[in-house]
Write a protein that binds this ligand. Structure first.
Ligand SMILES: [Zn+2]
Length: 244
């Protein structure tokens, strides 16, 4: 489909994008796992940038307590499937973008099948078991993965590129917290999720354009103090996912 480039005019004049970069964005295939507080900004900015093929994956339905941060949803849509509502909103927002919605809960079997249709995976989940699963399947399939996480006034972010033998999520968090521990409800502020989600979208765009990303690095954002720190992370040689 011929796209109207006028929509992208303000990014086309950026030296590192121009028309060649925009064509790469149109051709990119990105899967976002989790369509909540992080997924809302990630998906919105990916669609805005003209990422041509976007997959989104969430098995949950919309609950009242989602609405302080998950801006793809409104009170009228309570109880409805997030994946379907998000797909409809994003298609309306940018008709250039092809959106595929998956409302399955990710597991070892279906994750590999879904992931193989994409070039880049985004972890926008809110629990450790899903993060470990996504990390393992993305690494096994040599797919770049952009991980983000938020809790109260803090956020973290890293970009994993298996083909470049970078660290993985499990190198940063080698301890597998029990399901019981991670199911504890923790505080999330919408603006913090928005900050980290926006940077995740930016990392995806830079991966597509071949620009410098947060590889082997962990970005830590403290929203109370307005401090961004980027620290180097070393690969754990005994890591069961990426270790040599
Ligand atoms: Zn690792």
């Amino acid at each position: 489909m011929q796209k109207n480039l006028e929509r992208y005019q303000r990014q086309l004049i950026i030296k590192d994008i121009e028309e060649g970069g925009q064509q790469k964005l149109f051709k990119a295939k990105v899967l976002v796992c989790g369509v909540g507080g992080l997924g809302s900004p990630v998906l919105t900015y990916l669609a805005a940038a003209g990422i041509g093929n976007i997959g989104l994956c969430d098995f949950d339905v919309i609950a009242p307590s989602n609405l302080n941060r998950q801006f793809l949803y409104t009170p009228k849509e309570l109880g409805k499937q997030k994946a379907h509502i998000a797909k409809a909103k994003l298609e309306k927002f940018n008709p250039d973008v092809k959106i595929t919605a998956y409302s399955d809960k990710l597991n070892e079997e279906n994750a590999g099948e879904i992931f193989k249709n994409y070039d880049i995976i985004v972890d926008a989940m809110d629990n450790f078991p899903s993060r470990y699963l996504i990390n393992s399947v993305a690494y096994k399939n040599s797919l770049p993965l952009v991980c983000g996480g938020v809790c109260e006034f803090e956020g973290i972010l890293t970009t994993i590129v298996p083909k470049e033998n970078t660290i993985c999520f499990q190198c940063i968090y080698p301890f597998k917290p029990s399901i019981k521990l991670t199911s504890k409800v923790f505080g999330i502020l919408g603006a913090i999720a928005g900050t980290i989600g926006s940077i995740q979208a930016l990392e995806v765009i830079k991966l597509v354009l071949g620009l410098r990303c947060l590889k082997n690095k962990l970005l830590i954002f403290n929203g109370l103090e307005n401090i961004y720190r980027v620290k180097d992370v070393l690969k754990k040689n005994d890591c069961t996912i990426c270790g040599n």
